[in-house]
Every structure is written in C-alpha cells, then in structure tokens.
Design a protein around this ligand. Sequence first.
Ligand code: FAD
Ligand code: SF4
Ligand code: SF4
Length: 481
Amino acid sequence: MSNAIMLKFTQTAQAFPPKRGAAERADDFLEIATPYILAKAEEQASRCSQCGVPFCQVHCPLHNNIPDWLRLTAEGRLEEAYEISQATSSMPEICGRICPQDRLCEGNCVIEKGFGSVTIGSVEKFITDTAWDSGWVKPLVPLADRSGQSVGIIGAGPAGLTAAEQLRIKGYDIHIYDRYDRAGGLLTYGIPNFKLEKQVVGRRIARLEAGGIAFHNDFEVGRDASLAELRERHDAVLIATGVYQPRELAAPGIEANGVIAALDYLVASNRIGFGDEVRDFDALNAEGRDVVVIGGGDTAMDCVRTAIRQGATSVRCLYRRDRANMPGSQREVAHAEEEGVTFEWLSAPDSFDADTGNVSSVNVARMRLGAPDASGRRAPEPEPGAPVVLPATLVIKALGFDPEPLPLLFGAPELGVTRWGTLRVDNRSMQTNIDGVFAAGDIVRGASLVVWAIRDGRDVAKSMHQHLVAKARAAARKPVA
Ligand code: FAD
Ligand code: SF4
Ligand code: SF4
C-alpha cells in the first residue's frame, strides 16, 4: 500500500486541538480542548510514519492498532478507523481524553524527538466522538444465549463496566453492584468534568443498560450482601472495587477544620456538577479561600484545578520532590500553571496552624533530594532551616489511596490479599483463591490508570468465560439423580 498520504511529519507541525484560554477555562468546568475539525484530524493523522514496529502500540496497555486507525483517518475512512479502534478498546473516546499519553503511546512515538509525536489521543477521541455523533456505535447485542448463567460484578468503574460488556456479548446475565448512586466509579465521581465531561461516561453506561446489563446502585457489598451471598446468587463473581482508603499524613495540627481528603472534595464538586444537593458543601468549597493541596499525582492536579474553578483566592500545590520526579502528568502541570496554580516543589508540610479550630496556615519544610530509595527514586529529605509559612484556609490531602480491608468488609476472611492489601489473583486466570471469584482493576494493581482497568476488564472477562463454560459442561455431564 502506498504511503503517499502518510509520513507528513517533516512538513506538517504537531498541532493538538486548541485549548480554550486559561481565563475562560477558570470560569467553567467544561473540557478545556475544543474538538478537532475533520481536516485537522486527517492532517495530524497523516504525520504518522507507519512504523514497522510501532512503539506507540507496544506502549499502549490495550495494544491499540494505532498506525492502522491513523492511516484510515488520514484517508478520510473514519468509520473503518472507528471499527479498528473499538475492536481493542471498550472506551476509546475516554482514553483519548484522560490517558497520560505523554507517558504511554505518544511518549513512545518515534517522531517525538525532533518533530513532536503524532497527537494519537486527540485523534482517538475524534474518531469515537464522531462515531457516536454519526450513529456508528452499535447497540450492545449478546452474540449467544447463556442466560442460564449469571455473573455478579462488584464495582461499576472502568474495570467492572468493561468486563460486564464483554461478558454480556457472550450472552450471560450480568448484574453490577455499586455503592454509589451512579455507575462509572472514578470516571463519574473522581475525575473532574474539565478532563472528562460526564455525558461522555453517561452514554457508555446507557448503552450497557440498554444491552440488558442490570445495575444495582446504592448497593454496598459488605452492608447489603456478603461475598458469600453474591456467590450463592451468581455462577461467578468479579471484584472490581478500586482503592479508596486515603493515605494519611502525620503532622501537628492536621486535625484542624478545613483539612480535608481529596476524594471528599472531588466527589462533592462532581455532585454539584450533576446538580445534586451536597450536605455541608461550604466545608468542601474552595471559593474565597487560600487553598493548599498536598501531593503530586493526578488527584492533586485535579484538586488544584477544581479549586481554581471554584474561585479560590490562591491555590498552591506542595510536592516533596521536584517537577521531574512527580508522578502526575507533565501536561496536567502545564494546564494547572496556565490556570494560575503555584507549585511549591521540594516542599512538605511540617505542621498546621489553626485559628479557633479552623486551619489558617501551613508551615512548610523545604526539602532536597538525597540518595535513591528502594524504588530507585531519590528520596526527599528536609533541608535545614526554618519552615516557610503559607496562608491556608483549606488544605486538601491528596497523598494517594490504599485498598480497603476487603476480607473484613466482605465477611470473607479467607479472601487472599497481598502485603499491600490488594487482592491476590492467579496471574493467568485473574481468579482469587476462592473458586469462581475473580478480581480486576485497581483493587489488584493498586492505584493505577483507567486504560489498565479497561485492559484488566477485557482480560478477566475472557478468563471468566472459560470458567463458566467449564462449569456449564461439568453440570451437563452430571448424572441426573
Ligand atoms: P474505580 O473506578 O475506583 O471503581 C470502583 C467502583 O467500585 C466504584 O464505583 C466504587 O463505588 C465501587 N465499590 C467499591 N467498594 C464497593 C463495595 N463494597 N460495594 C459496592 N461497590 C463498591 N486515571 C487515568 O487514566 N487518567 C486520569 O486522568 C486519572 N485521573 C484520576 C483522578 C483521580 C481523582 C483519581 C482518584 C484517579 C484518577 N485516575 C486516572 C485513576 C483511575 O481513575 C483508576 O485507575 C480507575 O478508575 C480504576 O478503575 P476501577 O474500575 O478499578 O476502580
Ligand atoms: Fe494512547 Fe491510551 Fe489510546 Fe492507548 S488507550 S492509544 S495509551 S490514549
Ligand atoms: Fe506512527 Fe508514531 Fe506510532 Fe510510529 S510510533 S506508528 S510514527 S504514531
């Protein structure tokens, strides 16, 4: 096939979809990028050099067939591009929006050095948004009838939703249980609208519902049923509950009013976006306050940018390492800086001052990077000197998440966990130590990424299907008493 239409990276500059201006963005919670127009998506896709060994694809957790859908886009064959894209991904338009592409596909694109990578994520988003608008996204239809067997899925985040879709296609009865009142997990209640507008998640969930998947919201396993009860109800169970135990900080004054957990803050903001009433919202609203966010990951970036949009007086992010060593996406840091966030690199909270019980300032110790620790990263250590005082009337702790104690919560002390509290699964089958109980997503990996949750959801569905087929065969072979 001729490459005449491709390899345009030497004559066409990299162009991401234009971002709205920082001042306009700070006034609303809408996504910050305007969509590509067709001609621009075609032009940007044509920059791809159609590598024989595409490192973009190797480094995409879903191994998406990126060169092929870029070529089809460049050729104006968008519907075919969509077919290829959706064959390996259950939520391409969501990954196109929120994957940290600079660390995955785009960060490994061979033209990145010298020319700037192909804008893979933005093209991926364009293809599937166009598919939704054009009616190419087909309803979910089971390809067989296995309605004699049912699957219970605990957790309606990306891992649970993906597994549900894949198993429904195989024809099983699927029931998803979630303790929130809406499905979507962190797609719905963690990640803010300015990264992922909720109607994008909502239309995916509506498609699953229309395809016959039963959603049981406001249903907390451990409170409304035990794991054993779900095993009674279903032929197989998937645990995809994510990780929700916030990591804590020990520092004098941490118990002051106005020192809050990141997820409480983000959930409240997302609920306001849905038009819900949030009890005690004043305690979780940054408007008119000096905000300090502690942490350097994706959650911290979402908090600082939410605070800007809520009308905070000032927003600072404290991170104990430097910019090069932070876990969050560099693109997110750049967006935050444009929007007016100040980053205090190599800084850690030493103590908090309070005024009549309410936090009023943070005393910040400056840090330096010492010798590498067990993880190979240079460990931060305090720099000698007096702490710096920063005004803070709202402090948001975004230090990461650990798994909840599921064996205890689920009334299943026999459920095997690792020393980090994540669920222990067999590498190949993704089955836990309990027969017919599988696990996927963050509850197995620890806090990770949406794209990995989708990958796990697809993998575990294959394994659960094999298990269910074997179970049905064994039942059929049993002599009738
Ligand atoms: P979750 O999405 O956490 O879903 C788990 C579901 O299980 C939840 O709906 C929960 O209510 C439910 N549940 C838990 N316990 C029970 C129970 N006992 N009974 C019933 N239901 C239960 N990743 C990216 O790729 N890009 C990003 O930009 C990004 N931003 C993030 C921002 C924030 C603030 C956070 C916290 C994470 C972010 N992540 C991001 C990470 C990503 O959201 C997760 O890796 C991903 O959602 C994990 O999917 P999951 O399905 O395993 O779990
Ligand atoms: Fe890149 Fe993520 Fe899309 Fe893979 S799923 S191509 S890593 S944006
Ligand atoms: Fe195209 Fe870059 Fe992937 Fe090569 S690595 S196939 S240039 S997107």
